[in-house]
Design a protein around this ligand. Structure first.
Ligand code: TRP
Ligand code: SF4
Length: 332
């Protein structure tokens, strides 16, 4: 967990790999916290398109479009362009330069020991992740963060090991070259767990995700056939809401009274899954429709322009850090 009570950060940076339209997992796991934090801190949020390439290097064809969709969804979901700087990682070449320099001081053993390295290699077995870029994933992530001197990085629990490596690496760098970089801290908030419609982790690649702006009719159909607690084979079998994706969605979208009712009536077999799903649709579908309308109102050219402006601003901040880094490493 987080070290020490979380202070209000001054400057924040976070990134997301561009995988297309956002789903509810992205929203509740990340973007919602970003919106919250952007009310109090200076924020940089970027598309980690180079990180996407570490696993999808064989077919980069979807990345640009996915990135457009992602930025549009960020803004439609409520990230305010007045308060946040949006940018594209690959368009700020300082990320590559700092990645290279951090690579000089990054022990290979540290990288091999990052738990996500082996896990992802196994999970994405068909993708052949024996590439150097994939091993270096957390070094690039360290560069992403250190360039902005951010004191906090809002990330999900799954990124904590990367943040730990980033902190160690920054320490090692500072030890060798003087106090140049800021040690980053994860900014963790409680996130409600939301399972995908098949009961696995919500992920676009599993086809079990509900998009934030999904067509309500389509969402209705998919929810009505979603898995629930398998223990509820018959109407009078009691269930365990905590393992049911429908209950997770209730927690995120329904009123506390309704959540409490569903919890109770599921356990006592007082309510059936079909009725439970219908109740969920009453709260979920209007939220999806609201996002869809917000997306539709956004002008794609305006979004593009905001990202261009943000990228220029990010570049200037990143360059300031690089001036110090180059001097510290006798490169200027
Ligand atoms: N690794 C992050 C993810 O998979 C994305 C990311 C890249 C990131 N660079 C970052 C997150 C820097 C926070 C800070 O979601
Ligand atoms: Fe899930 Fe609701 Fe069925 Fe319980 S009653 S298993 S919470 S759908």
């Amino acid at each position: 967990m987080a070290d020490a009570p979380q202070r209000t950060p001054k400057r924040v940076v976070s990134g997301m790999r561009p995988t297309g339209r956002l789903h509810l997992g992205h929203y509740h796991g990340a973007v919602k916290n970003w919106i919250e934090i952007s009310r109090k801190a200076e924020c940089f949020f970027f598309s980690a398109d180079w990180h996407a390439l570490t696993t999808d290097y064989k077919d980069p064809s979807g990345i640009r479009e996915a990135q457009r969709e992602m930025f549009t969804d960020w803004i439609a979901a409520g990230l305010d362009p007045e308060r946040c700087t949006f940018f594209v990682q690959s368009q700020v070449k300082q990320h590559a330069e700092l990645f290279l320099l951090l690579g000089m001081v990054a022990p290979i053993g540290w990288l091999e020991r990052v738990p996500t390295f082996k896990e992802q290699q196994q999970e994405l077995g068909e993708k052949e992740l024996n590439n150097y870029g994939f091993l270096g994933y957390p070094v690039l992530q360290t560069a992403d963060i250190a360039l902005y001197g951010a004191d906090a990085v809002p990330v999900g629990q799954d990124q904590v090991s990367h943040l730990e490596l980033a902190r160690e690496l920054v320490r090692r760098f500072n030890h060798l070259y003087g106090r140049v970089l800021v040690e980053p801290h994860p900014y963790l908030t409680e996130v409600p767990k939301i399972l995908g419609l098949d009961g696995r982790k919500m992920s676009k690649s599993y086809g079990n995700a509900v998009e934030l702006g999904e067509d309500p009719e389509q969402a209705r159909k998919r929810i009505m056939v979603a898995v629930t607690d398998p223990a509820r084979k018959r109407r009078h079998d009691p269930g365990h809401p905590e393992i049911c994706p429908i209950y997770h969605l209730h927690r995120a979208y329904s009123s506390p009274e309704r959540v409490e009712m569903v919890d109770r009536e599921c356990r006592s077999a007082g309510i059936g899954c079909v009725d439970c799903k219908k109740l969920l649709l009453e709260s979920l579908l209007p939220a999806l429709e609201k996002h869809r309308a917000a997306r539709a109102r956004l002008n794609p050219e305006r979004v593009e322009e905001l990202v261009q402006l943000g990228t220029a601003k990010a570049r200037a901040v990143a360059e300031e850090t690089m001036v110090k880094v180059r001097a510290a490493m006798q490169l200027s």
